[in-house]
Design a protein around this ligand. Structure first.
Ligand code: HSE
Length: 442
C-alpha cells in the first residue's frame, strides 16, 4: 500500500459533455477549493471526450485535453477515474467494460445500462477488482444508494416505495393542481431539462423501472431480471381520475414499488393512489422521494431533487470523491458496489401483478339505467371483492356516466377476472380504468 503525497492530484477523465457532464464540469470548477479541503488532495480533470466535442468546446475548457475519442481516456495510464455520462446502452457498455478491464476506477450515472446489463458489468467489476460507483443513476441528488449500502445496510429491507421519475411527478403535480393537460405539461418538463432525450422513457415508466431495478438489487441482494418488472406509465392518465381520487382523499403518483416477501420479491412500476396525508403524497414537482422500510429501522424517507444537471452532478461528484479517496489511500473495495458481497447474492423469483393484493380504484363508464350498479357490485361480489365506497355523478341523457368504485383489499387476479366479464357486458361503454391504491400493506 502506497501513501500519496498530500498535494498529488487524482486524475479524472470525463466521457460525455451533455446535461449531466456539463453539470459535473461546472461543479468541479466551482468547488475546486472546497473539494481539495474535504479530500486533502486535488482532483484534476485531464481529458473530456464527447462525440461532438468541437461544438461544445469553450474558453472554460482551457487546459483540458478535448477529444471525440473516448478510448483516449481509457488507454491513458495517467487517468485513474473514468466518469461515463453519455447514457444509453452502446457505446457506454463497451466503454465501461474496457475501462474496467484497464482497472480504472469507474463512475457512471447510466441507469438504463445498469438495469439491463448490470450483471455483465458487475461480473467484470468483481473479476477485475475495480472500484465502481453509480449514485447518480437513481434519485438525482438524493444519496439513496449509499444509504442502502452503508447507512442502513444492517437492516433487512422490507419495502421500497419511490417517486423516482421527476418528469412524471412534475406532470402529475401540474395536472392535479393546475388542471393542465398531459401534453402541455410534458413540453414544459422537456424545456426545463427534466425529461430524457426520448421522453417516452419517462412517461411510459421505463426510466422509473431502470431505477427500481437498481434499488431492488441493492435492497434485496438479488439479481433483478429487468424484463420481468411489470411497468405501466402515466400516458393514459386522465384528469377525471385524478379528481375522483381526490374526492376519496387520494393523490395520484407514479410509484416504483419493491417488496420482500421472503422466498419471492415483488417489483413493479405503475400509477398509484396514495392517502393525501402521507408524506409521499406531498412530494410535488420534479422532486423525488424514496420511502425505505427496514425491519429494525421502520420507515425512513429520502427526499430531494431527482432530475436536472446540478443534483445529478452532485451525486456523481460524491462518487468521484469516494473513489479518489480509495486511490489516495490505497484502500480499495471497502464496500461492494451492490451492497452485498458478490458470492452471497441469492436469486429469488419475482411475483407478477396477479399476486398483488391492494385496494383498487375502478372507474366504469356505465349506462345510467336501473340495475347497472347492482350488476357491477354483483360481478365484483361473486369474485370475492368487497366495495368500500361508490361515487356516481353527471347524468347524461342517453350517454354513459362514470361510476367509481373503491374496493377493499382484494387479489388483483380476482379484480382482473371480474373486469373481463364487466368490460364485455352491455352495461359499460369503455374499458374500465383500474388504479391501485398503495395505502396499507397486506
Ligand atoms: N428523466 C429523469 C427524470 C431524469 O425525469 O427523473 C433523472 O433520472
Amino acid at each position: 500500500m502506497t501513501t500519496r503525497h498530500r498535494s498529488e492530484p487524482v486524475v479524472l477523465g470525463l466521457i460525455g459533455l451533455g446535461t449531466v457532464g456539463t453539470g459535473f464540469f461546472n461543479l468541479l470548477q466551482k468547488e475546486q477549493k472546497l473539494l481539495e479541503r474535504r479530500l486533502g488532495f486535488p482532483l484534476r480533470l485531464k481529458t473530456i471526450a464527447d462525440r461532438r466535442i468541437e461544438t461544445k468546446a469553450g474558453k472554460e475548457h482551457q487546459g483540458i485535453h478535448l477529444t471525440s475519442d473516448a478510448q483516449e481516456i481509457i488507454s491513458d495510464p495517467e487517468i485513474q477515474i473514468v466518469i461515463e455520462l453519455i447514457g444509453g446502452i452502446e457505446p457506454a457498455r463497451t466503454l465501461l467494460l474496457d475501462s474496467i478491464k484497464e482497472r480504472k476506477s469507474v463512475v457512471t450515472a447510466n441507469k438504463a445500462l445498469l438495469a439491463t446489463h448490470g450483471e455483465e458489468l458487475f461480473a467484470a467489476v468483481h473479476a477485475s477488482r475495480t472500484d465502481f460507483a453509480f449514485e447518480g443513476a437513481v434519485g438525482g441528488g438524493i444519496p439513496i444508494l449509499r444509504s442502502l449500502r452503508e447507512g442502513i445496510g444492517g437492516n433487512r429491507i422490507l419495502s421500497i416505495k419511490g417517486i423516482i421519475n421527476g418528469t412524471c411527478n412534475y406532470i402529475l403535480t401540474r395536472m392535479t393542481y393546475e388542471h393542465l393537460d398531459f401534453d402541455t405539461v410534458l413540453k414544459d418538463a422537456q424545456a426545463l431539462g427534466y425529461a430524457e432525450c426520448d421522453p417516452s422513457l419517462d412517461i411510459d415508466g421505463m426510466d422509473a423501472a431502470h431505477k427500481l431495478a437498481i434499488l431492488g438489487t441493492l435492497s434485496f441482494g438479488t439479481p433483478i431480471p429487468f424484463e420481468q418488472i411489470p411497468v405501466e406509465g402515466i400516458r393514459g392518465i386522465q384528469i377525471v381520475d385524478i379528481d375522483f381520487g381526490r374526492e376519496f382523499g387520494y393523490t395520484l403518483k407514479l410509484l416504483g414499488i419493491a417488496k420482500d416477501h421472503g422466498s419471492t420479491i415483488d417489483l413493479r412500476v405503475h400509477p398509484a393512489f396514495l392517502p393525501e396525508d402521507s408524506m409521499l403524497a406531498e412530494v410535488d414537482g420534479v422532486f423525488n422521494a424514496v420511502e425505505v422500510t427496514g425491519e429494525s429501522l421502520g420507515p425512513a424517507l429520502f427526499y430531494g431533487r431527482g432530475a436536472g444537471a446540478d443534483p445529478t452532478a452532485t451525486a456523481v461528484m460524491g462518487d468521484v470523491m469516494e473513489l479518489a479517496r480509495a486511490i489516495h489511500t490505497g484502500c480499495f473495495h471497502q464496500v461492494p458496489p451492490l451492497g452485498f458481497s458478490w458470492n452471497d447474492r441469492v436469486q429469488r423469483p419475482m411475483t407478477g401483478l396477479d399476486e398483488v393484493r391492494c385496494e383498487y380504484y375502478l372507474r366504469f363508464m356505465a349506462h345510467d339505467q336501473p340495475g347497472t350498479l347492482s350488476y357491477l357490485s354483483g360481478v365484483l361480489g361473486t369474485h370475492g371483492i368487497s366495495i368500500e365506497s361508490v361515487i356516481q355523478k353527471g347524468r347524461k341523457k342517453g350517454g354513459s356516466v362514470p361510476v367509481v368504485i373503491l374496493t377493499h383489499t382484494a387479489p388483483e387476479s380476482s379484480v382482473r377476472a371480474a373486469l373481463q366479464i364487466i368490460d364485455r357486458s352491455t352495461h359499460v361503454t369503455e374499458p374500465t380504468v383500474l388504479i391501485r391504491v398503495e395505502g396499507k400493506d397486506e
